[in-house]
Design a protein around this ligand. Structure first.
Ligand code: CO
Ligand code: CO
Ligand code: CO
Length: 303
């Protein structure tokens, strides 16, 4: 076993031989949007993301589904179809799975990928001086909560769904191409929760430039309306002692604790390779944001 539970990472890694290791992960959650197809696609993209976050290439998956007995069959079918089409887009074959009955729907995937044992990306792989590169905007928790409360506008909803359905495949491929070593994906613990995991595992401090952070268009408005999910307050409680803010308002701070669903990759890119990295990203039409740096020290400072 090359990566396991101690310390936990985005997926487990099991060495097969000199040049091949298996990446294994499972994820599932309750609906984040009303449309069954979109929910299935988002959950699949989220499950696949943990393999990309480890530097791996996913190739096999299993469905994990819990569906209410009174749910119309076509709704369950749409959830699975959304997951299957997203997996196909990723070049992943769903070879089976298991469905049970449950009051509240749940859906996700077991995903198996492969990685070269010397090319694993971990939370502890950041080096001092690395730039922190994020591959999706923040604000998914506040937006999906606003959708549930009926406070999100059509365009805000559509933008959030589009990003949550986006695979981290291209960002993962670029990370492999540049042999990056430090990275994770931003999900339930939010930017600062997952950022702190990286800071601690790498023995470094993260400096984040608030002005460089990308947000969904509706996020600032919905933050002012305090549409944060309960998880945002939990994340703040858990992480805030290790975060130093510099002039950000309470809503701005909360947006950094906001839990993300199918969020972007956060990658450490050495300064010497940054220009080439961003150049390749532009050439493949992959949007990326340079949001800060890893420096000696501990914790996170937001400027
Ligand atoms: Co993850
Ligand atoms: Co996960
Ligand atoms: Co079974």
């Amino acid at each position: 076993m090359l990566v396991g539970l101690n310390p936990p990472d985005d997926a487990a890694i099991w060495r097969m031989d000199e040049s091949r290791a298996l990446v294994v992960t499972a994820d599932f959650f309750t609906p984040v949007v009303d449309d069954a197809y979109d929910y299935g696609a988002i959950s699949a993209a989220n499950s696949l993301s943990d393999v990309y976050a480890m530097g791996g290439e996913p190739f096999l998956a299993l469905n994990l589904a819990a569906l209410p007995p009174n749910l119309p069959a076509e709704i369950g079918g749409e959830i699975l179809r959304g997951g299957a089409e997203k997996a196909r887009e990723a070049g992943v074959v769903i070879v089976g799975g298991h469905t049970i009955q449950d009051k509240e729907p749940k859906f996700g995937l077991v995903v198996i990928g492969q990685v070269h044992p010397q090319k694993i990306i971990t939370k502890g792989g950041l080096q001092a001086g690395d730039h922190l590169i994020l591959s999706k905007p923040l604000g998914m928790g506040v937006t999906t909560t606003a959708i549930k409360r009926g406070q999100a506008r059509e365009a805000e909803m559509a933008e959030a769904i589009r990003w949550m359905k986006t695979l981290n495949r291209k960002a993962g491929a670029l990370a492999r191409e540049f042999s990056l070593r430090g990275g994770t994906d931003i999900t339930g613990f939010g930017l600062l929760g997952h950022g702190l995991e990286m800071a601690q595992a790498s023995g470094l401090k993260l400096e984040i430039a608030y002005a460089q952070l990308p947000f969904l268009a509706g996020a600032p408005r919905l933050a002012r309306a305090w549409c944060f999910p309960g998880g945002a307050a939990d994340n703040r409680l858990f992480v805030q002692a290790q975060v130093a803010f510099h002039g950000q308002s309470e809503e701005q701070q909360m947006l950094l604790f906001d839990p993300q669903t199918s969020g972007g990759l956060l990658l450490g890119v050495p300064e010497s390779r940054l220009e080439a990295f961003l150049e390749r990203a532009r050439a493949t039409a992959l949007p990326l944001w340079d949001i800060g740096r890893a420096v000696p020290g501990s914790g996170i400072a937001v400027f």
